[in-house]
Write a protein that binds this ligand. Structure first.
Ligand SMILES: Cc1ncc(COP(=O)(O)O)c(C=O)c1O
Length: 462
């Protein structure tokens, strides 16, 4: 083990040094991948020095997601205390299903869940668990909503229950997939329109629910988003909680992207009414900046988790009470410890530190929005109170600009669409950046366009 730890240490140092010198790794096309890197496996062991060389080549050619040039997805940066927790979780290799196998690590997960429940306003009967991503915490919410609408399904399967699900056209693609997995069916997902700011239209939602009831359907779940994937919009919880109460429909908040605003005094108003919902999930690996994956779901009534996810197994549950055998409320059986990295970070910086991490991202987004507003070469397509800054530069097609920046190893940034517009989506999620990094993003992009102007087919440039 000592030798592998040494290799790890050496590589980690090289990665950090390399990130400073080359924030974007060399572009390796998918077509060239197996020619450029020795990824082959063979029957025989590899010589140790060669092994180290191959590993170094692999890690240094891998896209760098922690640098000040990565804005491509909804995660970034590297919080060292969270990395420490993750490394320890790997070393300890506990499975979170039982107290016997995980011991005090169970306490770590329970504390994190309890604190989140307290912040949401569910200290009495709340509960929760971790799953391997926001898609799966959304799936858990859908299963609980399904089981809450019809208890028979768990035992007899689906037979014309006619359940329906409601979500906005701007919501994440996991909802239709989860409808397929849960047996509800993709065709029974109603996609509701949004307003000009990307928020679900409450009137249309009510109408669709009423129409469905009139035609013999049973509305089971309304899925709202706290931070839509492209614009970063927050659906209005309070208005919709009233509709869900009236029609007895499960209300879930998918906060995978921006649910972490619960930690911010300044921005938690974006989740006003959260305590009224049935379940809420968020990814600490997005706004909080822990390593992937760190996704948790909390529910107002912990019993609902037990109803949907408990299964007896005498070969597994051999000591302690259910409350300490977390497999009883989990989607999985064997489950890695994703709580530890969140706990090590939270323990070290306190809730106030988490608040700073969240607020910084909005501060950066405001800097970016100001920059765009004060520069006529940019057209803004974004909204306020969002960490997705959406724009086009000099009318250059966003898809082309983002792809060229990637292929030339300048910046990793993606594009998105809202209504008829396609634009660059610049996500200010890396709280380790500083204001200069935000300005530098624009300068790099502008210099790139200046020097590559001839190659980029520019539309609408004067
Ligand atoms: C709003 C929203 N929900 C769910 C997800 C899925 O989360 P994960 O990638 O952890 O499955 C995402 C991912 O970006 C998202 O933006």
């Amino acid at each position: 083990m000592d030798n592998s730890l040494k290799i790890f240490n050496d590589l980690a140092k090289k990665i950090l040094r390399d990130e400073e010198q080359n924030p974007v790794s060399e572009f390796v096309s998918s077509g060239d991948l197996f020619d450029k890197l020795d990824l082959s496996l063979s029957d025989h062991p590899i010589d140790e020095d060669q092994f180290k060389e191959v590993l170094e080549d692999l890690v240094l050619k891998t896209p760098k997601t922690a640098t000040n040039a990565f804005f491509n997805q909804l995660f970034g940066g590297r919080n060292d205390k969270a990395v420490l927790g993750e490394l320890l979780a790997v070393m300890l290799n506990n499975s979170m299903y039982t107290y016997k196998a995980a011991g005090p690590q169970i306490g770590v997960e329970k504390i994190v869940i309890n604190e989140v429940c307290k912040i949401v306003g569910w200290s009495k009967n709340g509960g929760g668990t971790f799953a391997t991503g926001g898609s799966l915490t959304n799936f858990m919410a859908m299963l609980m909503a399904r089981d809450s609408a019809s208890q028979d399904i768990q035992y007899k399967g689906m037979s014309n229950q006619n359940l329906t699900v409601y979500t906005s056209i701007e919501s994440h693609y996991s909802t239709p997939k989860n409808a397929s997995f849960s047996g509800i069916g993709r065709d029974n997902v109603r996609k509701i329109s949004t307003d000009q700011f990307g928020r679900i239209d409450a009137n249309e939602l009510r109408l669709k629910i009423e129409e469905d009831i009139a035609s013999g359907k049973k509305p089971a779940l309304v899925n709202l988003t706290a931070g839509t994937t492209v614009l970063g919009a927050f659906d209005p919880i309070e208005d919709i909680a009233a509709i869900c109460k009236e029609y007895n429909v499960w209300l879930h908040i998918d906060g995978a992207y921006c649910g972490s605003v619960i930690f911010s005094t300044k921005y938690k108003h974006l989740l006003k009414g959260l305590e009224q919902v049935d379940s809420f999930s968020f990814n600490a690996h997005k706004m909080i900046g822990t390593p992937l994956t760190c996704s948790l779901i909390v529910v107002k009534n912990n019993e609902m988790l037990y109803d949907s996810f408990t299964e007896e197994a005498s070969y597994l549950y051999q000591t302690d009470h259910d409350e300490f055998n977390l497999g009883k409320t989990s989607l999985q059986c064997g489950r890695r410890n994703d709580a530890l990295k969140f706990w090590t970070l939270w323990k070290s910086v306190g809730t106030k530190g988490l608040e700073k991490i969240v607020d910084k991202q909005f501060e950066f987004a405001d800097i970016a929005r100001d920059y765009i507003a004060n520069n006529p070469d940019y057209t803004s397509y974004g909204i306020e109170d969002s960490i997705s800054v959406c724009f086009n530069y000099k009318g250059i097609p966003a898809q082309q600009l983002c792809t060229e920046l990637y292929k030339e190893s300048k910046l990793l940034v993606g594009y998105g669409t809202f209504r008829e517009n396609e634009f660059v989506r610049f996500v200010t999620i890396n709280a380790q950046n500083n204001p200069e990094d935000i300005i530098n993003f624009f300068k790099t992009l502008e210099n790139f366009v200046e020097t590559h102007m001839a190659e980029i087919s520019v539309e609408g440039v004067q």
